[in-house]
Ligand binder design. Structure first.
Ligand SMILES: [Zn+2]
Ligand SMILES: [Zn+2]
Ligand SMILES: [Zn+2]
Length: 840
């Protein structure tokens, strides 16, 4: 052990040691219980940022802790390696996406290793490698055989910037999840996965996700969006045609003043003569920012009251929700209300707040609350909740329609008109139609020689060697599918792949059963309805194919908070880096700098700190301790230079203190059971607290705070004899073990001096003794004006202030002193407290 703490020197040494001695490896055959700890794998975009670091360090602490508690922990890492950024980088710089991706992986892997994360790299997964995506293709074919993959022509979300289709889950508030462009609707033929076949099961199983943050579960429930309603046929006046509508509000049936159909509804084309007007509405289909509609020229008959109401084609009615047609009740639905006002359609109230109240003279907005029915024939006077049931029954019994269940969840569109993804393994044959590639011919390899222009259209369609194929069924010439799969397919099952070693069969059921489900999954909340929903769906499909035997892939989920930092701005020069400011002024123009909000670190806001800056200067252990100490894992942390310094000082203090006692304690043998005294008690208390903080929702920040307290206690301790040195060694050993998941390199180095000669990560997590942890207590007498009024137990080492406080808050004493003035408060240590009250 050197005199001074040199983080960089010891960190690279121990990182090599852990790799070379195989300490991070998971064994497939073990008598230990398993624990699967997984962090969401990164996209290899080029560099690791502090958000990644936080994510991985949380997982690493859990992994190291569980290993010391006797678990066989699987802790793998890999790369979500297909995707658009590689393709765009290729277009911009002329590098092949593959080269760009693998170079980034190499760089990022080195960065990850620098923070000392204990990954089993022998199980590394890279989704753009043929041995991985082969299985995407195999799953696709399995799903095709089961009717869970199908192709249809439909309006789909289109991002013009990314020049590709997006799944519904990838449209966030009408914008592209990746680039924020407003999404358009485009008619395209594409492949879908039938996630809706599992809608009910995915919803019902939300109740079993007890180890997930409940707001994430709520987001999944809302996304699946189950609703009960009625389906009814509205005859078209003067024709034999009918329009089937769906509504969740049959209680408002008497308030329908028009009918709206989706502009792409087949009936719109049939009944409407003015195709130009219809096409105009079509071009705004699904655009939620502007409501557009057109009168079709026809009327529908509301079967409940035989009223004739106009039929509109409206852009906000979606073909794949419900029946693609709705009855519009502007008085009780804000969207319908806005539409009615725009097109001058009547508004009729059928629900009022108070029973038998008169309708408002003029509604200024839709009344969407509960209430009582009016203007509703035999149902007037009913509460609307009751009316929903009774009108539903009435509709069924009179054969006007039926009660049905609907979901908001729609099938997952997986075709992408881009290059850097998994080829969809089907060919088109003029004799046989769509034919899947045979299993033995998988993988369909993504060709290298492709021209990427980013102008839209699938790049693979320009590769003749790729598109020309032979039909597996009849042997005639066939054309290969040129779209690739959504990269979210890749990440929907990667956690299963990790269960088998690299060279083993990727879907070995024994290996999968050994480790799945994931015991602790850690990642960002932005995946709440994307990756997390798709993975739950995929797991069920794999279960039904017979590959896995679980329903839910992730037993516990932790969504870590963001890493934030203050922003700096100049009115003239925009966002500023800290070194673009001097004495509170912009160095370019000398204007005063505006200290902006603390926001998520980002390149564009110039508030980014790179992991290399921190690990290069202070070392990985400081970066780890800072990020864990700043807040509990689920909360945001604010980056602060002082915080980093504080973490660094703490590690230095520990180093220096242990160094100063090294010669004295190195060779002492200790028997913890024979030790006693204040420091020993504090040590047992610390073991208890740290273990409790980790076990209770991974509150690493309070665990580290307890370790800092113990270090203070050690620092104040003045050993006098051999027994004291033994106590000291016990305290140091315990502190080092407890700190090791957080600051593994430093602790491994200290352990080399005071440990058992093996790696600290082969040592057991320390146990505490409940009795030894208990504070010694003494009895104190409390007097008022010289008379004994109470007796109390307090910790033996309480100082005078603590004693005074305890005496004054004692129940009996409070009764006597309330409303009176205390003249004197006197403590005789270890014996009594005397309170002198002023005479009244
Ligand atoms: Zn986009
Ligand atoms: Zn054929
Ligand atoms: Zn400026």
């Amino acid at each position: 052990m050197d005199e001074k703490y040199n983080a960089l020197k010891i960190e690279s040494k121990w990182q090599r040691f852990w790799q070379e001695t195989g300490l991070n490896k998971t064994v497939s055959k073990s008598s230990k219980p398993k624990f699967y700890c997984l962090e969401m794998f990164p996209y290899p975009s080029g560099k690791i940022h502090m958000g990644h670091i936080r994510n991985y360090v949380i997982g690493d602490v859990i992994t190291r802790y569980k290993r010391m508690r006797g678990y066989n922990v699987l802790h793998p890492m890999g790369w979500d390696a297909f995707g658009l950024p590689a393709e765009n980088a290729a277009i911009n710089s002329g590098t092949h996406p593959s080269k760009w991706t693998f170079e980034n992986i190499e760089y990022m892997k080195a960065q990850i290793n620098k923070i000392g994360c204990s990954y089993d790299w022998d199980r590394e997964v890279t989704t753009c490698s043929p041995e991985y995506y082969k299985w995407n293709q195999w799953f696709f074919i399995q799903m095709l055989k089961r009717g869970l993959a199908y192709k249809k022509n439909s309006f789909v979300n289109w991002c013009s910037h990314c020049a590709t289709v997006l799944a519904n889950e990838q449209v966030i508030d009408t914008r592209c999840w990746r680039c924020d462009t407003v999404v358009e609707q485009k008619e395209l033929e594409q492949w879908f996965f039938k996630i809706t076949a599992y809608a009910e099961e995915l919803l019902a199983a939300c109740d079993t996700l007890n180890g997930w943050p409940q707001h994430v579960v709520a987001m999944q429930r809302n996304w699946i969006g189950k609703s009960r309603g009625v389906e009814m046929d509205f005859p078209i006046d003067g024709s034999d045609l009918k329009i089937k509508i769906f509504t969740t509000r049959p209680d408002t049936l008497f308030g329908a003043t028009f009918v709206c159909v989706a502009p792409i509804h087949p009936i719109a084309d049939i009944i409407m003569d003015d195709k130009n007007a219809l096409n105009d509405v079509k071009s705004f289909y699904g655009n939620e920012e502007e409501k557009r509609g057109v009168f079709t020229g026809k009327y529908a008959i509301n079967p409940i009251n035989n009223e004739k109401i106009p039929i509109y084609a409206a852009n906000f009615v979606l073909m794949d929700y419900g029946t693609g047609a709705i009855m519009s009740v502007p008085a009780h639905d804000q969207r319908d209300y806005d539409f009615a006002k725009k097109y001058g359609l009547p508004v009729r109230e059928v629900i009022v707040r108070e029973k038998n109240a008169a309708p408002s003279t003029e509604l200024t907005e839709a009344y969407e609350d509960e209430g009582y029915l009016i203007n509703s024939g035999q149902f007037s006077g009913l509460h609307n909740k009751t009316a929903i049931e009774q009108i539903g029954q009435h509709i069924e019994s009179t054969s006007m329609g039926r009660v049905v269940t609907n979901y908001k969840l729609r099938d997952w569109g997986i075709s992408r008109q881009r290059y850097w993804g998994t080829p969809i393994p089907v060919v088109y044959c003029k004799n046989c139609g769509v034919v899947p590639v045979k299993d033995e011919d998988l993988p369909v390899i993504l060709p290298d020689n492709v021209t990427l222009k980013g102008m839209g259209g699938s790049p693979l369609s320009g590769v003749s060697g790729f598109i020309n194929a032979t039909c597996p069924t009849c042997g005639s010439a066939a054309r290969r599918e040129t779209d690739t799969m959504d990269t979210f397919v890749d990440s929907s099952w990667y956690f299963v792949r990790y269960c088998s070693e690299k060279d083993a069969a990727p879907l070995d059921k024994n290996n999968i059963d050994l480790f799945m489900p994931v015991d602790q999954y850690i990642g960002g909340v932005e995946h709440a309805v994307l990756h997390l929903l798709y993975s739950r769906f995929f797991s069920r499909v794999l279960r039904d194919i017979g590959i896995v035997s679980f329903d839910e892939p992730f037993k516990n989920l932790l969504t870590q908070g963001m890493v934030c930092k203050e922003t700096l701005k100049c009115n003239e020069h925009g966002w500023l880096f800290p070194d673009e400011t001097q004495n509170g002024n912009c160095i370019h123009c000398k204007n005063a700098v505006i200290r902006g909000r603390t926001e998520k670190m980002s390149k564009s806001k110039k508030n980014l700190v790179t992991p290399d800056e921190i690990t290069g200067r202070y070392g990985a252990d400081t970066a780890r301790v800072f990020s864990l100490f700043a807040a509990p894992p689920e909360k945001d942390i604010e980056w602060s230079a002082q915080g980093v310094e504080g973490a660094y000082r703490f590690l230095n203090r520990l180093w220096n203190l242990l160094y100063s006692y090294a010669d004295k304690i190195k060779t002492i043998n200790i028997n913890p059971e024979k030790l006693s005294g204040k420091l020993v008690r504090k040590t047992h208390q610390t073991i208890k607290k740290v273990t409790g903080s980790i076990e209770r929702d991974y509150h690493f920040n309070t665990a580290i705070a307890s370790l800092m307290e113990l270090l203070n206690e050690i620092s104040a301790f003045k050993p006098a004899d051999m027994a004291d040195y033994a106590s000291l060694k016990f305290a140091f050993k315990s502190l080092t073990l407890l700190l090791s998941p957080f600051a593994p390199h430093l602790c491994e180095e200290l352990w080399a001096l005071i440990g058992d000669g093996r790696s600290i990560f082969l040592a057991q997590w320390p146990a505490y003794d409940e009795i030894a942890a208990k504070e010694e207590e003494i009895e104190l007498v409390v007097q008022i004006n010289g008379k004994v009024r109470a007796k109390m137990m307090i910790p033996a080492d309480s100082d005078d202030n603590a004693v005074k406080e305890a005496a004054l808050s004692h129940e009996k004493i409070q009764d006597s002193v309330t409303g009176k003035k205390i003249k004197q408060l006197h403590v005789i240590r270890g014996r009594l407290v005397n309170i002198v009250l002023e005479n009244v």
